[in-house]
Design a protein around this ligand. Structure first.
Ligand SMILES: Cc1ncc(COP(=O)(O)O)c(C=O)c1O
Length: 385
C-alpha cells in the first residue's frame, strides 16, 4: 500500500495528560510516566478522521458480531503485505481486546490441563489461566539471561506432566524478543508431540523493528489444527481504548465451535474500534513506517543514554515493541522502580509485576520524544547511581 509518509507527532505534556488518562493522569505532575504501554504520540490523522466520521454518522450501535468482512479483509491484506502470510478472511473474528481473546481461546479450545506461561510475562495475563479454571504453569526465563528463549526441554516436560496449552507472546513483552521461524518450528514440534494447543498473542507484531522479521505462529506449517493468534492494531496505533482486537482461527471446525458458544461468552467489541482497526490495516502503512523509524531511533538513543549515564544497567536487545527490559540490579536497590519514582520522579513498571523476585529490574517505555527520553534516563541516573 503506497501513500505519502505521515510523520509521528509528539504530544506536549498537556496534550498527553488529556489524551492518556491512565499513563499520565495517575502520576503527580512532576513525574514523567514511562510505564504502561501507550505512546506519547498523536493518533495517525487518517485513523482519527475515520473514527470522527463514524461518530458524526452516528455509528454508536452494535457492531457486526462474529465476522466483519471489511475488517477481516483489511487485516488479511495487511498481514500479507507485512508478513508475507495471511489468513483467509473468514478466520478473522473481532473480540473486545487481546486479553479477552486469549481468555476466550483458552476457554473454548483448550483442554482442562495447565497453561504454560513464559515469564517474565505480560503482567495483565499473569493469572489469566486461573480465570479459565486452569493451572498457570510458569516457564521461567532467568531475569538476567542475555537472550530470552523458550526452553524446549522444559516445555516438553510441562506438557508431559499435564499442561495442555502454551500462551505464546510473539513478539514478546517484556522480553523484547521476536522469535525466529526456527524457534517457532521447535515450539510446534514439542506442542504437536503432546497434542497440546497454542494461543499466540501477536499484538506487538506491527512493532517489529528493523533487523528482525515477524513470523506469525500460524505461518508455520502444521499449526492450524492446534493454534489461534490474537492480533490487534491497537498497540501500534494507540487505540486500545476503542476496544477491538481480532482472533485469527484458521481451523473451520474451531470457528464453528466458537460460533456455537452462548453469546455471553464474549464481551463484544466496539464499532469504533473495528473502524479504527480496519482503517489502520487498510490505510495506516505510511504512518506506521514513520512510527517504526522513530522507535528504531528511540531504541538507539536509549542505548546511548544508558551507556553514558547508567553504564551498569543491562538492557536486553529490543527487537520489537517500545518496551525495554532493564536490569539495574548492579546499582543495588531493593526496589529499582520505587527508587526511580521516589528519587527520580520517573514512573517505570516494576520488574516484579512481570516475574516475582525481579525487583532490580524495570520495564521502560521509550515511545516518547527524544527530549523526554533523555530527561528520563538522566533522572534515573540521579536516582540509581
Ligand atoms: C503482550 C500483550 N498482550 C496484550 C496486551 C493488551 O492488549 P489488550 O488491551 O487488547 O488486552 C498488551 C499490552 O501492552 C501486551 O503487551
Amino acid at each position: 500500500m503506497s501513500g505519502e509518509r505521515r510523520p509521528v507527532v509528539d504530544l506536549t505534556d498537556e496534550q498527553a495528560r488529556r489524551a492518556l488518562p491512565l499513563k499520565w493522569g495517575t502520576v503527580p505532575r512532576d513525574v514523567i510516566p514511562a510505564w504502561v504501554a501507550e505512546m506519547d504520540y498523536a493518533l495517525d490523522p487518517v485513523v482519527l478522521e475515520a473514527v470522527q466520521r463514524a461518530l458524526a454518522d452516528g455509528i454508536t450501535g452494535y457492531p457486526l458480531f462474529g465476522h466483519d468482512p471489511a475488517l477481516a479483509e483489511a487485516y488479511a491484506g495487511w498481514a500479507d503485505r507485512h508478513f508475507g502470510w495471511a489468513p483467509e478472511p473468514e478466520a478473522v473474528i473481532p473480540v473486545v481486546d487481546v486479553t479477552a481473546g486469549v481468555r476466550v481461546a483458552i476457554d473454548v479450545f483448550s483442554g482442562p490441563g495447565g497453561v504454560v506461561f513464559p515469564t517474565p510475562g505480560y503482567n495483565a495475563q499473569l493469572g489469566l489461566a486461573s480465570i479459565t479454571g486452569r493451572d498457570e504453569v510458569r516457564l521461567e526465563v532467568p531475569a538476567s539471561a542475555e537472550r530470552a528463549e523458550i526452553d524446549l526441554d522444559r516445555l516438553d516436560r510441562m506438557f508431559a506432566e499435564g499442561a495442555q496449552t502454551l500462551l505464546l507472546t510473539q513478539p514478546h513483552n517484556p522480553w523484547g524478543r521476536v522469535f525466529t521461524r526456527a524457534e517457532l518450528e521447535g515450539i510446534r514440534d514439542v506442542v504437536v508431540r503432546h497434542g497440546a494447543r497454542v494461543v499466540s498473542d501477536e499484538i506487538h507484531a506491527p512493532l517489529a523493528l528493523p533487523g528482525v522479521e515477524h513470523v506469525s505462529y500460524l505461518a508455520i506449517e502444521g499449526t492450524h489444527d492446534h493454534a489461534v493468534a490474537v492480533v490487534a492494531a491497537s498497540k501500534a496505533f494507540n487505540t486500545a481504548g476503542l476496544r477491538c482486537a481480532q482472533l485469527v482461527v484458521p481451523d473451520a471446525a474451531s470457528r464453528r465451535l466458537l460460533a456455537d458458544q452462548p453469546m455471553a461468552r464474549n464481551d463484544s467489541h466496539s464499532p469504533l474500534g473495528a473502524i479504527a482497526a480496519r482503517t489502520a490495516y487498510a490505510e495506516g502503512d505510511p504512518w506506521l513506517a514513520s512510527l517504526v523509524e522513530r522507535l528504531d531511533q528511540q531504541r538507539a538513543l536509549l542505548g546511548d543514554l544508558l551507556a553514558t549515564h547508567l553504564p551498569l544497567v543491562r538492557m536486553r536487545p529490543v527487537e520489537a515493541t517500545y518496551l525495554a527490559w532493564l536490569d539495574a540490579s548492579a546499582y543495588g536497590h531493593d526496589d529499582a522502580a520505587a527508587v526511580a519514582l521516589e528519587r527520580g520522579r520517573v514512573k517505570v513498571s516494576p520488574g516484579e509485576s512481570y516475574a516475582p523476585g525481579t525487583t532490580g529490574h524495570v520495564r521502560l517505555n521509550f515511545a516518547t520524544s527524544p527530549e523526554r527520553l533523555t530527561e528520563v534516563v538522566e533522572r534515573l541516573a540521579r536516582a540509581w547511581a
